[in-house]
Design a binder for this molecule. Structure first.
Ligand code: NAP
Ligand code: MG
Length: 490
């Protein structure tokens, strides 16, 4: 299936992109609204999507509740695993089409979009295999009793997803929730919902019963807030910005609904003078510019020990000047940012660095004129308290900060309100362990950074980066609830 760049790039899948997927059917938004999508590489119109509102969310929640009472809710763990395995195979069979759609919609270079589609299949595969391997325990208790725990689904889970890695984030949250037997209502970002819609179609083809997965595109302020405040939803998984996370937790608190928040970061890589710089260099640059820096776990701060500071600086600068930026379908190092709004935000951060030592920028591919492009920009000698070293920029901007010793490095690395990911480059085994324990982050990498997407590795933040863990087996505990049963039998 090869989507044509016609009215809708999802047309090849046989449904209209301006529909919601509710209770196993494609339906226009009940109030009839549509939103126009654009291709961020060109600024041109791409297609229309449904503008779901409260009434569509209500219908999706009812469909999910019905699925919990009927087919999906009665399925066994092994049946759920097999359905996810079929879904994984279908995603793999459509990787090229999914990658093209994502490149057009979100502006990802094709290689990155392809990697995201493969990761989506891998999440489905991982959670397919895990579905029948999560269980309760028997508990030692009083004489004459048998006590045990049951691990049960929450019921209806709400999934609110951002635009930066739609396929990966859907895979990790919806995949784990379905494996545990929940029925899902997914609200993708309005700027990036096409692959979510294709995923719903593939889920239907994989034989997921009606209502197990529902997708309602629309605005955060309409469909998103309706979902997070819905009294029929039993758990919310949110990935996105800090400000929206606070709103979602506040509204879910009114019905005491548990929330997982995956928010932003200001992740540091710490380079000591005994590090293997040849190994470190590609990770130092790529972790900042991948997906044009629109990555929650982007490494936007590079802390370098003074004795190797100039060497790392000049080698990173060399990498930067070779970086090519252009149309996502041209598959260069960086595509555009998602929107003109995001371009303005990132450009204004770069302006705030006008007092800094701007050591290198990338190059704009000559054919790419009209998209939302920002050149990757490297700043050196940045004070740890500068706004560019403290705030999440969510664009291709990295700052280099020198440090003296381990204590100094730790104070700087831990010196923001965030705590998502950190990495340490050193060959000193003792230092590796001390740093791994002392760094304030949900994930710490030693002599690598965010390697391989980490489907198997629990992921999440501390501080303003959020709470709760997704990915790996840990996510299955978050998407389920534990019931204790004590039987008195004499
Ligand atoms: P965002 O504005 O918070 O949006 C995220 C999602 O929430 C979108 O689906 C959005 O809908 C929806 N939303 C917006 N307002 C809402 C409301 N009042 N109630 C309910 N839902 C609402 O974030 P973004 O700009 O898309 O993404 C960038 C941010 O996400 C960055 O801060 C980044 O660090 C963070 N992020 C974190 C992770 C992680 O795993 N930790 C991953 C990716 C991104 P619409 O967009 O459709 O309006
Ligand atoms: Mg788009």
């Amino acid at each position: 299936m090869n989507p044509k760049i016609t009215d809708s790039p999802v047309a090849a899948f046989g449904f209209d992109s301006a529909h919601c997927f509710i209770g196993g059917d494609w339906k226009p938004a009940i109030e009839g609204g549509v939103l126009e999508l654009e291709n961020p590489s060109t600024g041109e119109r791409l297609c229309s999507i449904a503008r779901g509102t409260q009434t569509d969310i209500d219908a999706a929640v009812v469909a999910a509740q019905t699925a919990m009472q009927t087919g999906w809710g009665r399925s066994t763990a092994v049946e759920r695993g097999r359905a996810l395995q079929r879904l994984s195979q279908l995603v793999l069979a459509h990787v090229d089409a999914l990658a093209q759609i994502e490149s057009l919609d979100v502006g990802k270079p094709l290689k990155q979009a392809r990697a995201d589609a493969v990761a989506l299949a891998r999440y489905c595969e991982f959670y397919a295999g895990a579905a029948d391997k999560v269980h309760g325990e028997t508990l030692p208790f009083m004489e004459g009793y048998t006590a045990f725990t049951l691990r049960e689904p929450h019921g209806v889970t709400g999934h609110i997803v951002p635009w930066n890695y739609p396929m990966q984030i859907i895979g990790r949250s919806v995949g784990a929730a379905l494996a545990m037997g929940n029925a899902c209502v997914l609200k993708p970002a309005e700027e990036a919902c096409l692959t979510a819609l294709v995923f719903a179609e593939l889920a239907s083809q994989a034989g997921l019963p009606a209502g197990a997965l529902n997708v309602v595109p629309g605005l955060g302020s309409e469909a998103g807030s309706a979902l997070s405040a819905h009294t029929g939803v039993n758990h919310i998984s949110f990935t996105g910005s800090f400000d929206t996370g606070v709103k979602i937790q506040t509204s879910a608190a009114q019905s005491v609904v548990p929330v997982t928040l995956e928010l932003g970061g200001k992740s540091a890589q710490v380079v000591f003078d005994d590090a293997n710089l040849d190994a470190a260099l590609p990770f130092l640059v790529n972790a900042g510019i991948q997906n044009a820096g629109q990555t929650c776990s982007a490494s936007s701060r590079i802390l370098i020990q003074r004795s190797v500071y100039q060497t790392v600086l000049s080698r990173m600068a060399e990498h930067y000047t070779a970086l090519q930026v252009g149309n996502a379908l041209d598959d260069l190092h960086l595509g555009p940012l998602i929107s003109v709004r995001q371009k303005d935000i990132v450009s204004s951060y770069i302006e705030q660095g006008s007092d800094l030592n701007k050591v290198a920028v990338g190059q704009l591919h000559e054919a790419a004129a009209n998209g939302y492009f920002v050149l990757p920009t490297l700043f050196a000698d940045v004070s740890p308290n500068h706004v560019l070293a403290q705030e999440e920029i969510f664009g291709p901007v990295q700052v280099l900060i020198p440090f003296d010793d381990e204590d100094d490095a730790l104070a700087i690395a831990n010196g923001t309100p965030f705590g998502l990911v950190a990495s340490v480059w050193t060959n000193d085994g003792g230092r590796q362990m001390r740093m791994a324990k002392a760094l304030r982050a949900g994930q710490v990498f030693i002599n690598n950074y965010g390697a391989g997407g980490g489907v198997e590795l629990p992921f999440g933040g501390v501080g303003k980066s959020g709470h709760g863990r997704e990915k790996g087996f840990e996510a299955l505990y978050g998407f389920s609830t534990l019931k204790t049963v004590a039987v008195a039998h004499g």
